[in-house]
Write a new protein. Structure first.
Length: 342
């Protein structure tokens, strides 16, 4: 049996652990694995390479993805599905494992509806894919953000400043919530629960009255301040899935906080450093479990399914269900953080 595997969307710590698991388990089950290069682009252009045990040896601790990625959307091409079918047949594929976030998996769901045998593996540092408790990459991103905020803590305290840290999170504030909680942030601002700047200033001023000489504010890039007409964008250019590039809300919020409090306020935007580098042990293990479970679905011919973490178990869920909506931070999770705002 020959199958393909691709990694689509933004790179994410743990992708190589998935590749390693799929190839090693696949070979044990007489499954040849072909790496489709650069996401869906590779299937459109007919670019792939065989993945041997030697090729994936020693990559579990490496960030990024061995076979490349892109934000290519084959459905934007009028002949995209037909071109992908032609490549599929030319490579002699009997199945495909698509590793990606909501966009990549939405394409996988459409491929399944078109009759192509596809299995999905969820990955995103944003942790916003429905039907799974966690996605790999998230734990690494939170760890990186937490360490950065810890470092901002010392300089904020030394200079008696307010430090604003902007983290990733287009629609969902999971990274901001977890990293903010872990680092003892005074205030966390996320897309799901907007906070007025007057309230932020009030929280900071009350802390000062109680003797605290510095403050830490964590904000997700997709959070929209009440004084802005829309989310803050780096560029209006759309990618093939219709997304603009976000970033910069931290600067506007820092300026407003300084205006309202009169306290020197600085901002740090973590950006792509959150998705790079070595994955945590948790992400390596979760990605490995996902990869092994994906091969299990292939062997059982459970096409159109995605592997998901439910509690401590890996279970299959329909791709259509997993991509129907985004998993946002619920009120009960954010309430944990709000305890520490007062």
């Amino acid at each position: 049996m020959r199958i393909g595997i691709l990694t689509g969307g933004g790179d994410c710590p743990g992708l190589n652990a998935v590749l390693r698991a799929v190839v090693k388990k696949g070979l044990q089950c007489d499954i040849e694995v072909l790496g489709i290069l650069n996401g869906w682009k590779g299937l459109l252009d007919g670019e792939a390479e065989p993945l041997s045990e030697v090729r994936v040896s020693g990559i579990i601790d490496r960030g990024g993805t061995l076979i490349g990625t892109s934000r290519t959307n084959p459905m934007k091409n009028p002949n995209g599905l037909q071109l992908c079918r032609q490549t599929w047949e030319r490579f002699g594929l009997q199945g495909l494992i698509a590793v990606g976030g909501d966009d990549t998996l939405s394409v996988a769901a459409k491929f399944h509806e078109a009759g192509l045998p596809v299995v999905g593996v969820p990955k995103t540092i944003d942790n916003d894919i429905a039907s799974t408790d966690f996605t790999f990459g998230f734990d690494t991103a939170v760890s990186i953000a937490t360490e950065a905020i810890d470092r901002l803590h010392t300089t904020a305290e030394s200079h008696q400043r307010i430090m604003v840290c902007e983290v990733m999170g287009r629609h969902a504030g999971w990274i901001a919530t977890f990293a903010g909680l872990a680092s003892g942030a005074d205030c966390i601002i996320i897309p799901e629960f907007p906070m007025r700047m007057a309230k932020v200033a009030e929280i900071i001023n009350e802390r000062r009255k109680k003797g605290k000489s510095f403050s830490l504010v964590v904000i997700a890039e997709g959070a929209k301040p009440e004084f802005a007409a829309d989310v803050i964008k780096q560029s209006m250019k759309l990618d093939e899935f219709g997304h603009v590039r976000l970033g910069g809300v931290g600067h506007l919020v820092a300026e407003e906080i300084e205006r309202l409090t009169g306290i020197e306020t600085r901002v740090t935007i973590l950006g792509h450093v959150q998705r790079g580098g070595t994955p945590t042990a948790f992400d390596r293990i979760l990605a490995t479990r996902f990869g092994l479970a994906a091969i299990g679905l292939v062997l059982e011919r459970q096409w159109g399914m995605m592997v998901a973490l439910r509690g401590n178990e890996i279970v299959p869920v329909p791709l259509k269900e997993a991509t129907a909506t985004k998993k946002l931070v619920p009120r009960e999770w954010f309430a944990l953080a709000e305890v520490f705002f007062g």
